[in-house]
Structures are given as C-alpha cells and as structure tokens.
Design a protein around this ligand. Structure first.
Ligand code: BGC
Length: 854
C-alpha cells in the first residue's frame, strides 16, 4: 500500500471513529435554553444525542450542576435511557442565582461523552425589595397617554453584572440609556394577572455605563385595563411598574436599584395605545412635566417567573405592493395575512399625520375591507415632528392584517410589515406533490403563529383575540407538529387551572375575561383534559400532567354534577360550531350528542392520567363512570345498526373517535359516515368539533381514500376552497368569502382562525407518515407509515422531537417504484411500514433507504 493510500485509510478510520462517537447537544432546562427565571425547585434537564452510528441508545447519564466553579450536585451515574426531563434532586437552589450544568452520557456501543458547552439557568426570586409604583399625576379620563416611569442610577464602582427583574400592571417596555431592555414585546404577557403575574429577568450589564444611567419604563393599558373581551379594566384601573435591578460590582459588593417613591412619572410621545384599537404617537411631544409617583403596598404573592419565551419580532415583509383601489384609496398589500404591525420611515412637516388602518382582505371590487374587525379600530396614527427623517413603529398593539389603508401627505419610505408572535422554536415542515395542499400547510402554519401571541387566541384581528378553549383543544395536536409548544401550553394551562371555577367548570376563554357565567361548554372546557394529555404524550411531560391532574378531574366532576342519570343533557353549549348550513340542507348535530361524547372523552383522559400517575383508585372510579356514560349514550342516541341520532358526519365522528360504540357496530357507523360524505359529493359538513377528528377517524376505520377525497376537494365546503380563493391563512368559516366573492356575515368572519387547520396533524401522520407508536410518549418509539393516495407522487416532512429530527422523504418513481428515505433520531427506535411491502421493519436510530415495487 502506498503512503498516500494508508494515510487516507487512517483519516477514514479516524473519521468513522469520530462520527461514531456520541455527542451531547442542545441542553435545555425546563424546556428552555439558558432560562433566566425558574420557579420550580427541582428544575428538569433535557438533552439530545447525535452520532453517525446506527442503533444508538443511551444507557446511562450523569448530570452535574455547578454554582460558579463549585459543584452543587451530581446525579451520579444513573442507569436510564431517558434524556428528557431528568429532575434536579440536590440541595435547595438559591433564588436569583445562576447555575450551570453539564451532562455525561454512556451509550450501548461502549462510548461515553460529555456536553462540551455548559448550559445555564437562573432561579427566580421569591422576595421583592422593589415597590409597586403608579403615576403620580391625574390621568385623563379617556384616550389616556401611556405613562412613563423613570429614575437614574449612578454606579459607585465598576459593574461586573446587572440583572433586572421587571413586571407591570399593563404592558411595559423598559429602556436603559435609550436602549430597549430585551427583545420581548407585549411583556409581561397575558395571564390571569390577579392570580399569576409574570415578571421577566434581563441581563442588563451591557446597557449600563459609568456615570449616570437613565432608566425608563413605559406602560400601556394592554390586556390589564384596556378594552378586551367586550369590556375594560378587567384586572385593574391603574397602570404600574415593579422594577428591581441587582448590581454586582467587580469587588464583589452589591447594590439594588428598585422602583420606589424616588421615581418620576409623566407622559410622552405615545398618546394612546390599545390592543384592539391601535397606537397613536406624536413625535412633537417631549416629556418635560415630570411628576412624582404613588407607591402602593399590595401583596406580591401573585408574581411568577416567566416559563415560555416572550412575543418577539419575527418575519419582516418588505416586498410590498402599493395599490390604488377602485375607490381611489392608497392601500398596501404585504402578500401575507399576519399578526404584527407596520414600521416605516417618514419625512414631512411638523403635525403631518400618517394614518394606517389594517384589514385582512379586499372586497369583491378590490376595495379595502375591515368591517369584519367589528369594533376593533386597528388604526395606528403617527404625527411627525417635522425634524428630518423619522422612524415609527408601534410598541403596545398588534393587528391581524395583510392590507393597510394609508392616509397621509407625508413621504413614507422603508415600509415593512413585521410579524410578532411567541418566540417558540419551529419543529415541523411538510411538503408534498400537490401545490394546493402545500399552500394549505403554509396557511396552517401562519394561522398558528399569528394566533400564538403569548396565549392561543381564536383570531388576531377583530375585537376578540381571546384564549378560546375550544379552538385550542381542537388544534393542539397539529400545533405540536409545527412548533415546540410545551412551555407555551404549560403557561396557559396554569392560567386555565387558576381561572377554573370552584365547581370545576372551565371558562370559555383563558385567561377568563368574560366572567364566570361564560363557562362550561362541551368541547371547549375539555381543553382542561385534552391539552395536558397531549402535552404528556408528545413531550413526555409527566410533571405537567401531575400539576394539571386536579384541574382535569375537577372538570369531569363538574360534568358529572350536571349529568343526572349519567347523561350530560343540561346547559347551553357551542356545539359543532360553524358547521355546514345551506338554504335547504344543514348538518346540525344535536348538541347533547356532543356533550355526552366529550363527557366520555374527558373521563377517559382522566383515567389515562390516573394510570400514568399511579392513582389506582381513580382509575377504577372513573372507569366505572365511563362505562355508564357510554351505555347511556348508546341507549339514547344509537340504533342497533350503528345509526346515530342527527345522522351527521360530526355525530359519527365523535362517537367513533371517542369509542362510544360497542366494537361490533363501529364498522357500520364508519360506513354511515363514509356514505354521508359521498352523499354530499365528497364534501365535509363538520364544524369546530367534527372537523379536527374527521380525517383521522376515516383513516382509523379504513377510509383513507375518503380522507384523501376530502383533502383534495376544492369546492365549498372544503379545506382547499379558501386556498382556491387566495387565502394565506385558515378561515374561521368554510365560506368566509362566498363563491361570488361576497363575504359572510360581518359578525363572525375572521380570515385567520386556526381551528380548521387541524387537518395538519393528519397530513404529517398519513401523507408523510410520521407517527408515534401507541403507548409511547415523546416520540421515543416512532412509527413511520405513509399512506398513499390522492395521486400524491412525493411527500417530504420532518419533525424535531425532543430526541432529535424525525424525517421522511418519499417519492413514486416512474409510477411504479416507491422510494423512501427515513431518519430516526438517536435514543429512539422505530417501526417502518413501507407501502407495497408486507409487514414492518424494526429499526434503531440512523438513516435508512427503501425501495419497493408498487
Ligand atoms: C370565537 C371562536 C370561539 C367561539 C365560541 C367566537 O367568537 O372566535 O373561535 O370558539 O366564539 O363559539
């Protein structure tokens, strides 16, 4: 062998050795990268493994938590294949202190490796030195300008570190020396403020300077006291700030800067800001009339650390079309229905104004349309100072829009739309050979992010934008494919439990801004059971299940209390909201069919949770209740041949999906469902409750071909009809825009509602074939099972699970050969079903290639 060749062999051997070496990466604490505020005294750690070597599993791990250079705790070598949510179990962690941690793992090929980059986490604080402060001046009665609170700080020595803890009554934006603190928007977020108010933690070391430091916090009404849910002052009447900054000097001494009676308050450029109505800024205003502040003494036991990333700026749309509409108006088209705002530069005379009105769609004639926003003015007004080029962007509002009507004499440049939404990681991509289905996927993803604005909202544009529970529970499964929503829903579920009524009833919206009477609807309140169970399944998050368990149970107990003779046939409910109706035909499902089915579903989920949590008594108690619920259902609503009262698609779907029927009549009921769809010439007729379960139910009972027909249908009502009409997001109604291009009623016609986008789940699972094995959690056991149909010739999808990337990429070559590449992450196993081939193949981690004749 010549020298060159042997060198090549050595290099190759080294490469294989290195790539076979397992690596530890993406360390997360409580699901977040380097979180700055952790309330849980036993934070949980997760990590991912990577290696080129196939069939790699973790055999053991060892976690070490460090306080500076000193080890605080080591887990010791734990024999476990679990790399998600390993809990801290050491001495009490100090509030406000930052710790680092690392992990070493051992795999089944005799390799071991340690994480190379340390991960960090900071404990939240439990005691506040800061005081709540409110404006010291008399606020205007209406159109109140945003208060500004300020102080100045002069560090005595050289600063080593400065950490700021901030929250507010209302929305806040803090600045130090004119620079924004953090990149969050709409902070402190939306929670049930009086019970749970989040604070944010910022490392502001780099914003401080020697000498005087100017600290300012501007506050707006936001969800706290602004107009929300058809009213104002939901949580209080007065805005306020709580600010605490811990400064550590290089000599180790410390100083704390707090909000207190020494601060000043005043108003400035932001003359008005409301979530529904928009923001007004007047650049001519300089704040000169500073007043003192009012210090208020209120309990601080509602303060909690933030557990999910804030809303931040995301995509920017600069490729705009400026049009003159037939009505002669100046309108900008940003090409995408989004949630966020417009920013721009402008020059003109002092006092010139720029008025931006936001709308989602143009009407039949091509004119600007915003009647469907109802009372939400969604109008930003900017007034120029006249001093050169000025820059504008709103701070305390967001709009759901694709179009903006502009009224101004000033010259505007650099006009861009900025999407703003919760900064949670994207996890899924899906693509296939049908371009309309790809647009549908695009629309689903956009409706998801547009409505994940700190809470899961129904819509981002009209006078609503509330945490509607029914919409969230219908969409949650799809949401998990597209984004990492574990922390997002953990936060929201805390508010759900906090706002749950004493009798266990669940409000229609969370946080509950509609009052206690607005509660207790089937299919909506079930978010209390469906969302925690989904989080447990998808993310293997047992602690969340444990925390939510009392809330899950309370919801079922509430239903039981309202269900004499085991029949939930009382109260008013939204039912199969917005299902198909035409002049001579409608697909109304009797409401008390939906209630009974959801009673069973929630009871089943409590049983599942009780099993996981080892609560055997509850397993037995609720199992015997479940049997009675199903018996009562069948006795009242089902014929011996599987006909179900109402005879609608939704009645069959709910009964089948929630296992309401004895096994022997399920096939008959499924046939009735398929026949009904055929009777509507391959159209769905379902509303909010039936739609998200429809396709998975068809597939489960052997009607994937029918599911494909529904998916590819492009006439009303169908998923592709809005796509055909030019939608860039999911519509609230199947016919938001009718076939003659006129609109549905202005009362209820959002063009950005994710509920019907729940078909995304079926697409990932069946077209691409990415599934979790039944009984598994966190995608530890994967099932790859693409189902061919709908003339699809290729599909490509990936999902970033807690263990790593699962990917499928298949195509049909020359119409007869099925070719598929599959990627399975380290520390998981999979079963792969290849179309055209009998049986399944069990594989471990790695990349696999398949080819079969069809
Ligand atoms: C919301 C829905 C919600 C519904 C309750 C509407 O106003 O926009 O999405 O679920 O009310 O039926």
């Amino acid at each position: 062998m010549n020298k060159r060749l042997s060198l090549l062999f050595v290099a190759q051997a080294l490469y294989f050795q290195l790539s076979a070496q397992v690596q530890v990466k993406q360390l997360l604490t409580e699901g977040l990268k380097d979180p700055q505020s952790i309330d849980n005294v036993h934070p949980r750690f997760s990590w991912k493994l990577s290696t080129e070597q196939k069939n790699t599993l973790q055999l053991a791990y060892e976690i070490t938590v460090m306080d500076g250079k000193k080890a605080t705790w080591s887990s010791g070598k734990v024999a476990s294949d679990e790399s998600l949510h390993a809990p801290y179990d050491g001495p009490v962690l100090t509030p406000g202190r930052q710790y680092s941690w690392k992990v070493k793992v051992w795999d089944n090929h005799g390799h071991s490796a340690a994480s190379t980059e340390p991960a960090y986490f900071r404990m939240g604080i439990t005691e506040w030195k800061a005081k709540w402060i409110e404006p010291g001046y008399q606020e205007a009665a209406t159109n109140r300008p945003c208060p500004i609170f300020k102080t100045s700080f002069h560090p005595g020595k050289k600063v080593a570190a400065a950490i700021a803890y901030i929250t507010s009554h209302g929305l806040y934006e803090a600045q130090i020396n004119g620079k924004k603190v953090g990149d969050g928007f709409l902070t402190p977020g939306f929670t049930s403020y009086n019970k749970r108010l989040q604070y944010q933690v910022y490392d502001v070391t780099n914003l401080l300077q020697p000498g005087d430091n100017d600290i300012q916090v501007t506050v707006a009404s936001g969800w706290y006291r602004g107009t929300i849910g058809w009213g104002t002052d939901k949580y209080g009447k007065t805005l306020g700030v709580l600010y605490q900054m811990e400064v550590t000097y290089t000599d180790g001494t410390k100083e704390t800067v707090i909000s207190d009676g020494n601060w000043k308050s005043g108003t400035g450029k932001i003359t008005y800001a409301e979530i529904y109505n928009g923001e007004w800024q007047d650049n001519r205003i300089e704040t000169t009339n500073w007043s003192g502040v009012k210090v208020i003494d209120i309990p601080m036991n509602n303060l909690v650390a933030s557990m999910t990333p804030p809303v931040t700026k995301q995509e920017v749309f600069s490729n705009i079309k400026r049009i003159k509409t037939p009505a002669g108006e100046d309108v900008i088209d940003f090409g995408q229905n989004l949630s966020g705002f417009v920013h721009f530069k402008a020059s003109g005379h002092a006092g010139d104004s720029i008025i931006l009105e936001h709308g989602e769609i143009l009407d039949k004639k091509g004119n600007f349309y915003n009647a469907n926003l109802r009372t939400a003015a969604a109008t930003d007004i900017f007034v120029l100072s006249g001093k050169g080029e000025e820059y504008f962007e709103p701070h305390f509002t967001f709009h759901g829009f694709r179009y903006v009507r502009v009224k101004t004499k000033a010259k505007m440049t650099n006009i861009e739309a900025v999407a703003t939404y919760s900064n949670i990681p994207a996890t899924g991509m899906f693509e296939c050979s049908n371009q309309m289905v790809n647009q549908l996927q695009h629309n689903i993803q956009w409706s998801q992010v547009d409505n994940f604005v700190d809470i899961p909202t129904d819509c981002p544009q009209r006078d609503e934008r509330l945490g509607w529970t029914g919409d969230a529970q219908a969409f949650v499964q799809t949401a998990t494919f597209n984004r990492e929503v574990n922390t997002f829903f953990t936060k929201w579920l805390r508010d759900l439990a906090a706002d749950q009524l004493k009798n266990g009833s669940v409000p229609f919206v969370i946080p509950n801004v509609l009052g206690d009477d607005a509660s207790g609807s089937a299919g909506w309140g079930d978010a209390a059971t469906v969302v925690p169970w989904t989080m447990y399944e998808v993310y293997s998050d047992k602690r969340l299940l444990e925390n939510q368990y009392p809330s899950m149970k309370a919801w079922v107990d509430f239903i039981q209390l309202n269900s004499p003779k085991n029949m939930w046939a009382t109260g008013s409910h939204f039912g199969d909201w917005l299902s198909y109706k035409s002049e001579n035909r409608s697909a109304d499902t009797y409401t008390y069919i939906t209630t009974q089915c959801y009673y069973a579903l929630s009871t089943q989920l409590v049983i599942n949770a009780a099993r996981v949590l080892g609560k055997q008594d509850d397993v037995e108690k609720y199992s015997s209740l479940l049997k009675k619920i199903k018996d009562a259902f069948c006795a009242e609503y089902v014929t011996p041949n599987g006909r179900i009262m109402s005879n609608t698609q939704t009645s069959y779907v709910l009964a089948l999906a929630f296992d309401m029927l004895p096994e022997n009549i399920r096939p008959m009921a499924a046939k009735h469902l398929a026949d009904d769809i055929a009777g509507y010439n391959n159209h769905l007729t379902t509303g909010f409750l039936g739609t998200y379960l429809l396709s998975n139910t068809l597939t489960r009972f052997g009607y994937t071909d029918v599911a494909y027909k529904l998916l590819l249908q492009d006439t009303y009502p169908s998923w592709l009809y809005p796509v055909k009409m030019g939608a860039t997001t999911i519509w609230e109604r199947w016919d938001g825009m009718k076939t003659d291009s006129t609109f549905q009623t202005i009362e209820m016609n959002s063009f950005n509602h994710y509920a019907y986008g729940a078909i995304g789940d079926w697409m990932y699972k069946n077209i691409a074939g990415i599934n979790m094995d039944e009984g598994s959690t966190g995608f530890k056991k994967i099932k790859i099972m693409p189902r061919l149909g709908g003339n699809m010739t290729y599909a490509k999808a990936s999902y970033e699970s807690g263990y790593g990337k699962i990917a499928v990429d298949w195509k049909i070559k020359d119409g007869k050969t099925f070719v598929m590449d599959v990627e399975i992450p380290v520390n998981t196993t999979a079963e792969v079903y290849v179309p055209g081939k009998e049986g399944k193949e069990a594989v471990g981690s790695g990349k696999y290639h398949y080819e079969t004749k069809l």
